[in-house]
Design a protein around this ligand. Structure first.
Ligand SMILES: NC(=O)c1ccc[n+]([C@@H]2O[C@H](COP(=O)([O-])OP(=O)(O)OC[C@H]3O[C@@H](n4cnc5c(N)ncnc54)[C@H](O)[C@@H]3O)[C@@H](O)[C@H]2O)c1
Length: 251
C-alpha cells in the first residue's frame, strides 16, 4: 500500500477513533494512533499493520502539553510530520447541574477543548510548511443540548466555534477545518450511558433507534466514512462546517 500523508487520530484506541484510524490507513495514510490507553492503541495499530497499512501507537494525554509534544516528536521521527489531525479523544462525566462536581466540568472541558487546542497547535507548523492540511474535530449532536450533559454540550458546542475560527485563520495555508457531530453511535461511551441509566445496552440502542429517522443507531464506521471524505483531496473547498451524522437532522 502506498502511503501519502501522515494523520494523527486522538482517542484512536477504540470506538469511533479506532474506526477513523483504520479507515484513514485504508485510504493510504500513515496513522499515529494516539490514546491515553496505550493497550487500546496497540490493538488498533496491530489491526492496521495486519491489513498492510502503516501505523504507530502513541501514548499521550491530549490535555497535557508535554505529553502531546513527546507524542508528536515520536510520530515525526518514526513516520513523518502530520498534516491530518482528527481530534476525537473524549470523555463523559454526565450529571444534572445540581449534582455536577467542578471536577466533572473541568475534566470534560479540558480533554475536549484544551486537548483539541494542543493537538491542532502542535500540527499547525507542519501543515503551514506544506500549504496543505486537514483538521477534523469530533463534536456531537449533544452540542444542541442534552439532559445531564451541561459540561459535554458546552465542550462540543465550543469545538464548533473552535472549528469555524480555525477555518478562517488557516484557510490561506490550504488547511481546511471541519467538525463532525455524531448522533447516537454504539461504542463503549454509549454503553456506559446505558448502564448509568439502568438499561441494557441492547434496550438502550433499540429505544434510541425508534427516535432516529433512519431507524437505527450509528456505528463507528458511519463516522469514519464522513471523516474520510473531509480529509480527502477533493474536499478542499469544504471548511468551517459542522456535519451532523445522526441518521436525521439531529441526534
Ligand atoms: N458514541 C457516541 O454516541 C458519540 C456521539 C457524539 C460524539 N461522540 C464523540 O466521539 C468521540 C469518540 O467517542 P467514542 O464513543 O468512540 O468513545 P470511547 O469512550 O469508546 O473512546 C474514547 C477514546 O478516547 C480516549 N481518551 C479519553 N481521554 C483521553 C485523553 N485525555 N487523551 C487521549 N485519549 C483519551 C479513550 O482512552 C478512548 O480510547 C468522543 O469525542 C465523543 O465525545 C461520541
Amino acid at each position: 500500500m502506498s502511503v501519502s500523508r501522515v494523520a494523527v487520530v486522538s482517542g484512536g484506541g477504540r470506538g469511533i477513533g479506532a474506526a477513523v484510524a483504520k479507515r484513514l490507513a485504508a485510504d493510504g495514510h500513515a496513522v499515529g494512533v494516539l490514546d491515553v490507553d496505550e493497550e487500546c492503541s496497540c490493538e488498533t495499530v496491530e489491526h492496521i499493520r495486519g491489513s498492510g497499512g502503516v501505523a504507530i501507537a502513541l501514548a499521550a494525554d491530549v490535555a497535557d502539553e508535554t505529553s502531546v509534544a513527546a507524542a508528536y516528536n515520536r510520530l515525526i521521527a518514526e513516520v513523518g510530520a502530520p498534516t491530518v489531525v482528527v481530534n476525537n479523544a473524549g470523555v463523559t462525566r454526565d450529571a444534572l447541574l445540581h449534582k455536577m462536581a467542578p471536577a466533572d466540568w473541568d475534566d470534560v472541558i479540558r480533554i475536549h477543548l484544551r486537548g483539541a487546542f494542543l493537538m491542532t497547535k502542535a500540527a499547525r507548523e507542519h501543515m503551514v510548511a506544506v500549504k496543505w492540511g486537514r483538521v477534523v474535530n469530533m463534536s456531537s449532536a449533544s452540542a444542541l443540548g442534552n439532559n445531564g450533559q451541561a459540561n459535554y454540550s458546552a465542550a462540543k458546542a465550543g469545538l464548533q466555534g473552535f472549528t469555524k475560527t480555525l477555518a478562517i485563520e488557516l484557510g490561506r495555508f490550504g488547511v481546511t477545518v471541519n467538525a463532525v457531530a455524531p448522533g447516537f453511535i454504539a461504542t463503549r461511551m454509549t454503553e456506559a450511558t446505558a448502564h448509568r441509566l439502568g438499561l441494557s445496552f441492547e434496550d438502550f440502542k433499540a429505544k434510541a433507534a425508534e427516535q432516529i429517522p433512519v431507524r437505527r443507531v450509528g456505528v463507528p464506521e458511519d463516522i469514519a466514512h464522513t471523516v474520510s471524505f473531509l480529509v480527502s483531496e477533493g474536499a478542499g473547498f469544504v471548511s468551517g462546517q459542522v456535519i451532523y451524522v445522526a441518521g436525521g437532522p439531529r441526534g
